[in-house]
Design a protein around this ligand. Structure first.
Ligand code: ATP
Ligand code: MG
Length: 449
């Protein structure tokens, strides 16, 4: 397609140049002929009637023009036609119109015939017609040939260049098209080879990059689906196992209640899992906008602490608060969820009798909230994994305390949504501190509603 359009434009410009230029050339020659013709007519009149042969002889000797003079009856009176290479042929109709006083410029015949000019004149009340045509000479022929050759070469070399360069443009584009089609069918493993550094090379490189990113996204998606299935499967398995046991065995009331409690807990876990997954998927949506309002952050932290009182007081955990009064502009519900998740982790992973402190420090543009516990701690090498969905460090313990490994993924997403960041400090056996930095007012890029 591309090659065809370039070729078409080369040919079109060839013919247009030819047409425009030959048209111009023709009218230029004809204008000159009219001027020469008028001069000859003057001489003709002056030589009339005695010196006409001398005049015509003189003109014939100059092989520049071919001339025919017609009288009123349309008979050729004088002509220099004898030496002409191309005969000057005038048809009856054109001759009549010139004898009637019209000026004739160019016929419809071959190229040289089109350069004919016919001029009327009168001597002693009688009408005459002078037809004049330039005699081509070798220089003119050579010039026209040169001109044609030049145009031909332009077309020829142009076409050649287009064919050669199109190999470098069209072929990679075809590969790209094919690769995009395969990608649309779900094959993200395609990479295109490219060495060139031009625009096509750049396009190919960014295509490769896109393929790579889609590839890794696809891998994350598959992993996610398999994790979710696994997380759903394990409580279902235990529910099923315990119900079968309840059906088959006769057991005392106490054991029955114990099994039923486990079944209830596992169902709760399933229900929490689906809720958390829903929350996470809602937060993953790129277009999600925080629902902003201004409120006292320190009050919120107090409320969260009070709401989880049963959890920590049951474990005999001591809770210290050190909060500066701060008004923040943020999504109140989401931040409440954020603190709840952090506090629930701190409670979950702290032994009974431990200690948890929540601090709030404000600076000019941001706040730092830290939730510190005296719990089990997180090994250094696990620190960068804990924010991944379903990631739990010690499966057995987490199983005992209950958890899906989604809490911190939600935390991270909420912080990102507010343009903040989270840092973890932890020492195994000593405790963990989660530091959350949030801007007091959301940065501009988040305020785009
Ligand atoms: N304060 C903490 N002390 C020690 N380990 C922690 C702490 N917070 C998180 N972790 C570790 O990071 C893992 C991931 O935490 P996350 O909150 O995402 O999941 P979870 O608490 O296990 O489950 P969920 O929050 O979904 O109920 C936890 O399983 C735990 O191993
Ligand atoms: Mg958690």
């Amino acid at each position: 397609m591309f090659v065809a359009s370039v070729m078409a434009s080369v040919f079109l410009s060839f013919f247009m140049t030819h047409f425009l230029f030959s048209h111009k050339l023709r009218s230029y020659v004809q204008d000159n002929l009219v001027v020469s013709g008028k001069t000859i007519i003057e001489s003709y009149k002056n030589s009339y009637p005695n010196h006409l042969d001398t005049l015509m002889g003189g003109i014939t000797a100059l092989p520049i023009f071919t001339i025919i003079v017609y009288d009123e009856q349309g008979r050729p009176l004088h002509e220099t036609d004898k030496v002409a290479k191309h005969k000057l042929i005038v048809d009856e109709e054109n001759l009549r119109s010139v004898l009637n006083g019209g000026v004739f410029r160019g016929g419809m015949g071959k190229e040289y015939d089109r350069l004919v000019v016919g001029l009327p004149f009168q001597i002693e009340g009688h009408a005459y017609a002078l037809f004049i045509k330039p005699e081509t000479n070798d220089v003119a022929t050579l010039a026209v040939g040169y001109f044609r050759m030049q145009l031909f070469l332009v077309v020829f070399i142009g076409t050649l260049l287009v064919i050669v360069t199109s190999r470098y443009i069209v072929r990679p584009l075809k590969h790209l098209t094919l690769a995009t089609r395969n990608m649309a069918k779900g094959d993200f493993s395609i990479r295109l080879a490219t060495k060139s550094r031009d625009e096509i090379g750049e396009l190919t490189a960014s295509f490769n990059q896109m393929a790579q990113e889609l590839d890794s996204l696809e891998r994350v998606r598959r992993q996610f689906v398999s994790d979710v299935s696994h997380e759903i499967q394990s409580p279902l398995t235990s529910i099923k196992g315990f119900t079968m046991a309840l059906k088959q065995k006769k057991m005392d009331e106490e054991s029955r209640l114990r099994l039923l409690t486990i079944i209830e807990e596992e169902s709760d876990r399933l229900s929490r899992l689906t809720q958390d997954l829903l929350k996470l998927s809602a937060l993953e949506h790129d277009q999600i906008q925080p629902n902003m309002s201004q409120y006292r952050l320190d009050e919120q932290l107090k409320d969260v602490m009070i709401a989880s009182e049963p959890l920590w007081s049951n474990k005999n955990i001591q809770l210290n608060l050190d909060l500066e009064p701060v008004v923040i502009s943020a999504d109140e519900d989401k931040l409440s969820q954020l603190w709840t998740n952090l506090l629930s982790n701190a409670i979950k992973f702290t032994e009974p009798g431990g200690m948890i402190s929540i601090n709030l420090i404000a600076s000019q543009h941001s706040v730092t909230v830290s939730v510190a516990d005296s719990g089990v701690g997180i090994p250094e090498e696990e620190l960068h994994h804990i924010f991944k969905p379903f990631y739990k460090i010690d499966q057995a313990r987490v199983r005992a305390v209950g958890g899906n490994g989604i809490g911190l993924s939600i935390v991270k997403r909420i912080i990102e949504l507010h343009g903040g960041e989270i840092r973890v400090e932890s020492a195994v056996g000593k405790g963990t501190t989660m530091n959350v930095m949030l801007p007091l007012v959301l940065p501009n890029k988040y305020n785009k509603v």
